[in-house]
Design a protein around this ligand. Structure first.
Ligand code: CU
Length: 73
């Protein structure tokens, strides 16, 4: 059984669509992620995920591991 949540994470360091795709792919490959929508303007990613398999900290970690920064709200 999945319990889906959606969160929007603000990201620092993306400068082009290649960066956006890097973030998108990093999140898509992370455990428990169902859907990702990332954009350059505003620089953020909307992530739909299964809260039984992952959490916001792990999602942020995937973004950081891909070489970008997370802006804490
Ligand atoms: Cu880029």
């Amino acid at each position: 059984m999945t319990a889906m949540l959606t969160t929007t994470i603000k990201i620092k360091g993306m400068t082009c669509m290649g960066c956006v795709n890097s973030v998108k792919n990093a999140l898509k490959n992370a455990t428990g992620v169902i859907q990702v929508d990332a954009s350059l303007n505003p620089p953020q990613a909307a992530v739909q995920y299964d809260q039984a398999s992952t959490n916001i900290d792990l999602l942020k970690e995937a973004i950081i591991d891909a070489g970008f920064e997370v802006v804490d709200a």
